[in-house]
Design a protein around this ligand. Structure first.
Ligand code: GLU
Length: 454
C-alpha cells in the first residue's frame, strides 16, 4: 500500500513556521516512500475561513517548493459528512444535546472548582424522547455529540511518541456538529482520512487527544458499514505526533505564531534555508546547510524525532541562509541579481553574502562609485606606483601585487590594504583576484590614480 499523507490547514489565517514544518514533514514522508501528498483545506468553519487565505496557503507552499499531488476542500464534501453522520446516528453513536454555551461553562467551572477534570457529564444523553421533544418544541435546537465507548482503553503505537494509551472516560464526548448544522473539525477529518486513503497522519502533539477520539470515530464508522469511496481498506492510519516548536528561550512564542513566508521573503531568507532547518529541527540529526532536497528526503526518519520541544532560533536560520546562499548557482539566482552582474560577478561576491539582497551593495564595488578613505602621503605614492604597474592579461591582481612587492618591499597588510581601499572603498570584501577583472583595467587605474591624488 503506498503512502498517502496530508497537510490540512484551516484557512483562517496565514501559514506560520509551525504549520510549515508540519507540511514539510508530511511532504517528505510521502516523497521518501514514493507516495502522494494531499493538500486538504479544512474549511468547514465558513465564518472564519477566507478564500484569500486559501490562495496564500497555496502560494506559500509553492514558494517553499512543497508541491502537492491533489487538493481537497472540506466544503465540497459535505454530503459525505452527512452520510457518516447518518451511519453513526443509526448506530447509536451520536446523540443530540441541548445545553447552551453558558450552561456548559458553568458546569465546567463547578467541576474545576471541585478539583475535577472538566469532562462533559452526558446530561443530554440521558434525556428521554419526551424530554428531547419538549426541548425542541421550546425552541432549543440540538447540537450533536459523538458517544465515546468507555469499554476499553484507546491505544495506538505512535510513530514518534511510542505506545499510547488513553482512558476514554477521561475525555468529553466531542461535539461534532453545531446546532446550525455546520461541522466541527473532529468527524469530517476522520471521514476524509478514510475516503482519501490516508496511511499516515503526522501532526503536532496538540492533536494527541483528538487522535484518541478519532480512533474511536474510525472504528465506529467502519463498524457502521461506512466505507471509503476510493479504497475498500478499512484501516486506521498510522499516527505520529511531533513535539511543538518553541522560541529560542524554550517557551511557546507568540512570535512563532505569526512568523511566516512573508516575513521570510522580506528578510531574503531562501526557501532552502527554511527547509534545511525545519527538516531536522527536533530530530537527532544535525541541522546542516543542505540545499539538495533529495538528501534531506532520504535522511528523513520519524524515529530520529525527539519528544522534547524543538527550538526554533531565527539566528540559526540566518546562518543557515548564508551558508545556503554560498552554494547557490548563478542559474538559480540570476533573475534576482543586480543588472549586469554575470556569473563571474556572482562567484566573486557570493561568499560575502548573508542574503541575496546584499548582492546589490557588493556589486557597487564593481560598478562604482566607491568612496575612498583619506590616504597618507606614503600610501598615496604607493598607489600612484600601483596605477602605473597595473597590467592586464593573465591574473592582474597576482601580477600587480607581485610587482609592487618587488618594487616597494611592502608585504602583508601594507601591501594589500591600501589597494583594496583604493579599489573598493572598503577594508574587507570579496577576493580581490576575482574582483579586479570585474572592475576592469580603465576603471581600476582611474580609482588608483584618484586615491593617489592624481
Ligand atoms: N485543520 C486542522 C489544524 O489545522 C488539521 C489537523 C489535522 O492534521 O488533522 O489543526
Amino acid at each position: 500500500m503506498s503512502t498517502i499523507t496530508r497537510f490540512a490547514p484551516s484557512p483562517t489565517g496565514r501559514l506560520h513556521v509551525g504549520n510549515i514544518r508540519t507540511a514539510l514533514h508530511n511532504w517528505m514522508l510521502a516523497k521518501k516512500n514514493g507516495g502522494s501528498f494531499i493538500l486538504r483545506i479544512d474549511d468547514t468553519d465558513a465564518m472564519r475561513s477566507r478564500e484569500e487565505h486559501v490562495d496564500a496557503i497555496r502560494a506559500d507552499l509553492t514558494w517553499l517548493g512543497l508541491d502537492w499531488d491533489r487538493e481537497e476542500r472540506q466544503q465540497d464534501r459535505l454530503d459525505r459528512y452527512e452520510d457518516a453522520f447518518r451511519a453513526l446516528k443509526a448506530a447509536g453513536r451520536i446523540y443530540p444535546c441541548y445545553e447552551t454555551a453558558q450552561e456548559l461553562e458553568v458546569k465546567r467551572k463547578i467541576q474545576l472548582g471541585r478539583g475535577l477534570p472538566p469532562i462533559y457529564d452526558r446530561a443530554s444523553f440521558g434525556l428521554s424522547a419526551a424530554e428531547r421533544a419538549s426541548k425542541e418544541a421550546g425552541g432549543t435546537p440540538a447540537h450533536w455529540r459523538f458517544l465515546l465507548d468507555h469499554g476499553e482503553p484507546i491505544t495506538w503505537d505512535d510513530g514518534i511518541r511510542g505506545p499510547q494509551k488513553f482512558d476514554p472516560a477521561q475525555l468529553s464526548d466531542p461535539v461534532i456538529r453545531r446546532a446550525d448544522g455546520s461541522w466541527l473539525y473532529m468527524m469530517p477529518s476522520a471521514v476524509d482520512d478514510i475516503d482519501m486513503g490516508i496511511t499516515q497522519v503526522l501532526r503536532g502533539e496538540d492533536h494527541v487527544s483528538n487522535t484518541a477520539v478519532q480512533i474511536q470515530i474510525f472504528t465506529a464508522l467502519f463498524a457502521a458499514g461506512f466505507a471509503a469511496t476510493e479504497s475498500a481498506a478499512k484501516k486506521i492510519p498510522v499516527f505520529a505526533h511531533e513535539a511543538l516548536l518553541v522560541g529560542r528561550e524554550g517557551k511557546l512564542s507568540k512570535r512563532l505564531g505569526s512568523l511566516g513566508c512573508d516575513a521570510f521573503r522580506e528578510r531574503e531568507i531562501e526557501p532552502e534555508a527554511i527547509i534545511a532547518l525545519l527538516a531536522r529541527l527536533g530530530t537527532s540529526m544535525p541541522v546542516e546547510p543542505i540545499a539538495d532536497r533529495t538528501t534531506l528526503v532520504e535522511s528523513f526518519d520519524l524515529s530520529t524525532f525527539g519528544r522534547a520541544p524543538a527550538k526554533f532560533d531565527e539566528q540559526d536560520l540566518e546562518r543557515l541562509n548564508a551558508a545556503i546562499v554560498h552554494q547557490l548557482s548563478y542559474e538559480a539566482v540570476r533573475t534576482r541579481l543586480p543588472e549586469g552582474m554575470d556569473e563571474a560577478g556572482w562567484h566573486a561576491i557570493r561568499p560575502n553574502l548573508a542574503n541575496i539582497g546584499e548582492a546589490n551593495e557588493w556589486w557597487q564595488l564593481v560598478t562604482g562609485p566607491v568612496s575612498q578613505p583619506e590616504f597618507t602621503a606614503d600610501d598615496r605614492a604607493y598607489l600612484a606606483a600601483a596605477a602605473t604597474m597595473l597590467a592586464w592579461g593573465g591574473d592582474p591582481w597576482q601580477q600587480l601585487t607581485h610587482a609592487l612587492k618587488e618594487a616597494t618591499g611592502r608585504k602583508g597588510r601594507a601591501l594589500f590594504l591600501p589597494l583594496r581601499q583604493a579599489l573598493t572603498g572598503m577594508d574587507h570584501g570579496p577576493d580581490m583576484a576575482e574582483l579586479l577583472p570585474l572592475i576592469g583595467e580603465t576603471e581600476a587605474r582611474t580609482r588608483l590614480e584618484r586615491a593617489a591624488g592624481g
